[in-house]
Design a protein around this ligand. Structure first.
Ligand SMILES: *Cc1c(COP(=O)(O)O)cnc(C)c1O
Length: 391
């Protein structure tokens, strides 16, 4: 018998790895599956980014180990982007670190800030990584409930003082996965004030900061005065540039956090392929607003087709202003997992049961806008027909 570490059993299997298996099995059975489950953009990376990778891949210097903290060119492009987009001035050599996707940075920052019995404040529902890595690091996740009546924002005043004192790290994520909620600068000001009062690193997962609709533009937490003392933002090229497979992102913020993250990372990984970083720099440098605007128009059309179509069929839900997820209350107050299973069996449409993101997700399912408009319309039709029969 092998003696596996107990930490492996402390965390659940990654929900999407299991969903993936289920998807393959259904496809093999010949089901015409429409998967609204994982948030993985269906469109290709823009050509000018792919071309840059090809050029950079031919340069022998790029074949060696990359610079630990990330290439100077990539970090500079991130700093330039923060200045241009948010009016935030950061020093690329001390405030920016290249990541092998933001998931990697989010995981490692927890190892740099959370140890035995430290509290990590995590939203519920949320991207599962904050909770899982806290458990792996021996910390205690304290769930901050995101309620609809509060616009899916946590209430810092509800966190007991003794919990706040034991907390070393907090996670926020706006535009939000899975709820699609957005936060304004006032909220980030409160978060920074809270972090400063209790000496808590405020980590903001900004994976969807560019994915917004109806004229709304999302702020960076680093726009708050004094944020660079307690906040660290995780930026990702995955979603805005259709680059999920490339694994490139950046941590931007508090020097102390970037330095600590660097100590964990240099002892763990050796960075991302320099050619990929340079292609990422090109994506950020080339006034990406047009490309992103084009993508957002597309997601907006899909969002409207889904939400308007289902509303007409009697299933009411709100339109998200950000992210590419629709967070829909289960009709008739049914159980999320049972409803998701029922939809899958009756219609071949795959949605994610809310509890995958935490207990507070019960009563909801998440639908991702990462299939084309025609398929979304097909999904709406099938689900509409099923809902009618069910009433
Ligand atoms: C997709 C996603 C990420 C991971 O992005 P990568 O940069 O591809 O690792 C991080 N946070 C949230 C909330 C996401 O939805």
């Amino acid at each position: 018998m092998l003696k596996k570490a107990s930490r492996v059993d402390k965390i659940p299997r990654y929900a999407f790895a299991d969903l993936d298996k289920k998807k393959q099995a259904l496809k093999q059975k010949g089901v015409d599956l429409i998967s609204l489950s994982i948030g993985d953009p269906d469109m290709p990376t823009p050509d000018w980014v792919v071309d840059e990778l090809i050029t950079e891949a031919r340069i022998p210097a790029n074949h060696q180990y990359p610079a630990y903290e990330g290439s100077g060119k990539f970090r500079q492009s991130v700093a330039d982007y923060y200045l241009r987009r948010f009016g935030v001035r950061v020093d690329p050599s001390t405030h920016v670190m290249a990541l092998i996707g933001s998931k990697e940075g989010i995981s490692h920052i927890i190892w740099a800030f959370v140890e035995d019995n430290d509290v990590c404040l995590v939203p519920d529902p949320a991207y599962p990584v904050y909770n899982a890595q806290t458990l792996l690091a021996g910390g205690i996740p304290y769930k901050m409930p995101l309620r609809r009546e509060n616009g899916f924002l946590p209430k810092f005043e509800d966190i007991p003082t003794d919990v706040a004192r034991r907390a070393t790290c907090m996670f926020l994520n706006y535009p939000n996965n899975p709820t699609g909620a957005v936060a304004d600068l006032r909220f980030f000001e409160d978060a920074v004030r809270f972090g400063r009062e209790f000496g808590i690193l405020v980590c903001h997962d900004a994976a969807y900061v560019e994915m917004t609709y109806d004229g709304y533009r999302a702020p960076s937490i680093l726009q708050v005065d004094g944020a660079l003392e307690v906040a660290c933002e995780f930026y990702s090229l995955s979603k805005p540039f259709n680059m999920t497979g490339w694994r490139i992102g950046a941590a931007v913020g508090c020097k102390e956090a970037i330095d600590a993250l660097g100590i964990i990372k240099t002892n763990t990984d050796s960075g991302q392929f320099t050619a990929v970083q340079h292609a990422g720099a090109r994506a950020l440098a080339q006034e990406p607003e047009r490309f992103i605007g084009h993508m957002n128009d597309m997601y907006k059309r899909r969002r409207d087709a889904l939400v308007d179509g289902l509303s007409q069929a009697g299933w009411k839900m709100e339109k998200p202003q950000g992210s590419f997820y629709v967070w829909a209350p289960v009709p008739g107050g049914a159980n999320s997992a049972e409803f998701a299973e029922e939809l899958l069996e009756a219609t071949g449409v795959m949605v994610v049961p809310g509890p995958v993101y935490g207990e507070m997700g019960e009563g909801y399912v998440r639908m991702a806008l990462t299939v084309d408009e025609q398929r979304i319309r097909e999904a709406v039709e099938r689900m509409g027909r099923h809902l009618k029969k069910r009433q």
